[in-house]
Design a protein around this ligand. Structure first.
Ligand code: ADP
Ligand code: MG
Length: 655
């Protein structure tokens, strides 16, 4: 069944080479129980590993049922191991995180077969006398029991051949005897067993003893009286390479199995997992919070601009280029109500015009006083700036003409001076002059740091002549008939003002500001902000990704022997790769998920404490989660590939 023809195996350690096998030829028939004996270093393990397809010869041929198997690819050899061979090692090689029944079931993950293997695994455990311990972990078992679990695992795929390398090497004589009894029973059931040992009493269980020295077979004896023909059961001449099922990764709950394992391993290192996803968590949280803030700011700004009125122009004295500081001669155009009337006459391009004068107000009611900003408003200001009170009323034209002492106050002023009582009809003092409150201005909220509700509105004439003592308006608001007429309106307005004030064409002693310009400016500012915050988030995600890669590399190194074991029992490259990728994606997605929650939390806290508007969008949540999964794949790829490329033999020997 198994045939080696002049097999050589040489190991290279740095400069020196070790010739472990130098020309071994042997035939092993079906149903044999072979013990390979010899001194330490004589090449026993090397021979067993080649027979078990864990290693390939440098020279010579290895045939199974007459078929050369050393030309098979790595993955095909894994398939053969899974289907034909069961391994029992001196060090047991059980996976500590799993219960023993899961350990026993493990080879089935890589078989591609369907079915409830839990039951079968239990059956195998009964076969080795451990049916009571199925839910225990390997650490809770004695050495002898652990080796029995390993035998159950070797049996679960019902292999043709069982390979055992010093199976009793770590056990006392009582446990050794028990293990050997199991092997004997298996042999009696027709299993082929190839076992390495250096102890004579262990070898005595076998029916054929091969002795090695310095990489060659020196003796090969069958137990006297045992005819070869009786042992060589005539069996079907074939074996499957790929396992009974196909090797598709998404088939038969394989992915689900990997996910369960990834979950286990993440939970096994809770603190480490948490720390390693911290970068992703912070990155995602800041993306979510940033986008919520950005959206909130945008919505608030739009609301703000709407409340300012649409198609608005504001005309002020002074240069637009240098704010505040007067330039050159410092000529500043001064406007009066006559200018307002002249501008209003520019219909139909202009719909409305209203003069405004600004100042500060010291307001007193009873024993309370409050400082606020004072706006003297013309009649049309109310409609143009959406300031018509919903409680109370706007000024009449008469009140504006007669410099009436009527006031409209914002909700902040109401709160400060009146608390919850009704202010309408009450008398307040504004800069020591008595005014009657006739209305409450509609609430507008904050424009940046400025409270738009901390205002007092009085007729523009009253403000100029009675309260502030100014002869000129601070600015004139103009509402253009439609957005398309804004440029035309600007030209007409400047022509009119230049004519009325006899200004030269290049004289910029006044300026016209366009609200859409302000809107554009604000939008570009928020875009710059978003870009900045976005790049900070991107950097932290990148750093987070590197953190993940690092921890995955550690994890691969730590679990080298586990990878070796998995490969020995039939895991293909893709299986190992997928296992680690699922783990890193699992890490980043859970980090991303916590990050989403943290981000929403942060934005809620910001909105309730700082009074900022926030708007968490579903898009940002989906985007952040998808992005963290991508990071898991991208940064997990290299460690996963490193794991997948490990050679089973070297991985198993890793200390
Ligand atoms: P045995 O199992 O009979 O004790 P081995 O087959 O394990 O012997 O080893 C035979 C020789 O090959 C020894 O000298 C050992 O040091 C060497 N050897 C075995 N495996 C390796 C390896 N992976 N790398 C380098 N040298 C090895
Ligand atoms: Mg050995």
């Amino acid at each position: 069944m198994l045939e080696l023809r002049d097999v050589h195996r040489t190991y290279q350690i740095g400069e020196s080479t070790v010739q472990a096998l130098r020309g071994v030829s042997v035939i092993i028939e079906r149903g044999e129980f072979v013990a390979i004996m010899g001194a330490s270093g004589s090449g026993k393990s090397s021979l067993l590993q080649i027979l078990g397809l864990l290693d390939n010869p440098d020279k010579g041929e290895f045939l199974i049922f007459g078929k050369n198997v050393n030309t098979l690819s790595e993955d095909e050899q894994a398939g053969v191991r899974n289907n034909v061979a069961g391994f029992v090692f001196q060090q047991f090689h059980l996976l500590k995180r799993m219960s023993i029944v899961e350990n026993v079931r493990l080879p089935h993950i890589y078989s591609g077969l369907k079915g409830d293997f839990h039951q079968e695994a239990k059956e195998r455990l009964r076969q080795v006398g451990l049916e009571e311990r199925v839910d225990h972990t390997p650490n809770q078992l004695s050495g002898g029991e652990q080796q029995r679990v390993a035998i159950a695992r070797a049996l679960v795929r019902d292999p043709l051949i069982i390979f055992a390398d010093e199976p009793t090497g770590n056990l006392d004589s009582k446990n050794s005897a028990e293990i050997m009894k199991i092997f004997k029973a298996l042999h009696d059931q027709g299993k082929t067993i190839i076992m390495v040992t250096h102890e004579n009493d262990i070898a005595a269980y076998a029916e054929r003893v091969i002795t090695m020295r310095d990489g060659v077979i020196v003796t090969d004896e069958r137990r006297p009286g045992l005819a070869l023909s009786s042992m060589a059961v005539a069996g079907e001449n074939g074996f499957e390479l790929q396992g009974a099922g196909s090797a598709s990764l998404l088939q038969n709950g394989r992915l689900a199995g990997f996910m369960a394992q990834a979950f286990q391993s993440i939970l096994a290192n809770k603190m480490r997992s948490f720390l390693s996803v911290l970068g992703i968590l912070v990155g995602v949280a800041s993306v979510i919070a940033m986008m919520a803030l950005g959206e909130g700011a945008k919505a608030a700004m739009q609301e703000q601009l709407k409340s300012m009125g649409s198609n608005m122009l504001s005309i002020r004295g002074g240069s637009a280029k240098i704010h505040g500081a007067a330039q050159g001669a410092g000529a500043v155009a001064r406007f009066t109500s006559l200018d307002v009337d002249a501008l209003a006459a520019l219909r139909p391009v202009i719909k409305n015009a209203a003069g405004v004068v600004n100042g500060n107000a010291r307001i007193v009611y009873g024993n309370k006083n409050w400082s606020s900003s004072l706006t003297g408003a013309g009649f049309d200001y109310g409609t143009m700036r959406a300031s018509i009170p919903t409680v109370g009323r706007w000024f009449t034209r008469e009140e504006i003409q007669t410099r009436a002492k009527s006031a409209i106050i914002g909700v902040t002023v109401v709160k400060e001076l009146f608390g919850s009582s009704n202010p309408i009809g009450k008398t307040i003092k504004i800069n020591r002059i008595n005014f009657m409150v006739i209305g409450i201005a509609p609430a507008k909220g904050f424009a940046g740091p400025q409270d738009e509700d901390d205002v007092v509105l009085i007729p523009v004439t009253t403000a100029m002549y009675r309260v502030l003592g100014k002869d000129y308006l601070s600015s004139i608001f103009v509402e253009v008939a439609s957005p398309s007429l804004i440029e035309q309106a600007k030209t007409s307005i400047s022509e009119l003002i230049r004519k009325r004030h006899r200004l030269k064409a290049d004289d910029d002693s006044f300026n016209i500001r366009d609200m859409t310009e302000i809107q554009k400016m604000l939008t570009s500012t928020t875009q710059t902000m978003s870009l900045l915050l976005g790049s900070i988030a991107a950097i932290s995600l990148l750093v987070g990704g590197i953190g993940i890669m690092n921890i995955m590399l550690v994890s691969v190194t730590e679990r080298t022997r586990e990878i070796g074991l998995r490969k020995a029992i039939g895991a293909r490259k893709n299986d190992i790769m997928l296992q680690f990728l699922v783990e890193s994606v699992g890490l980043t997605i859970s980090g991303g998920f916590i990050g989403v929650l943290a981000g929403i939390g942060i934005s809620l806290i910001l909105s309730s404490f700082a009074g900022w508007a926030v708007k968490t969008s579903l898009v940002s949540v989906v985007l952040a989660t998808a992005f963290s999964a991508l990071i898991g794949i991208f940064f997990g790829l290299w460690p996963a590939k490193k794991a997948a490329d490990l050679k089973p033999l070297e991985a198993l020997r890793y200390e």
